[in-house]
Design a protein around this ligand. Sequence first.
Ligand SMILES: [Zn+2]
Length: 98
Amino acid sequence: MDFSISDHIICNKYIKFDSNYQLIFIFFLTMLKKRKTVLIYTRCKEYKEVFHINDNILFCNYYNVSVEWKYKSIVENYCKSQKHILNVKNLKERQNNI
Ligand SMILES: [Zn+2]
């Protein structure tokens, strides 16, 4: 009886350790995957018709300004910026006039 209880505790401890280890492993695996998938091309695809790539630099189609593509927040903030929105608006107006 005593023996089986201690056995059970050991087993529980082992399972806990194992699940923690798996979690850490999955965490690192997703980190690696994320690092691999965030390429300039994937970023460009995320914002279709907004950017193009030239010499591994992300450029805005509306203003020909380079944007740091490694951080999604920077790209998002750029797209929300007054300067960009105004340029998109101006270009669309010009296209409508033609
Ligand atoms: Zn722009």
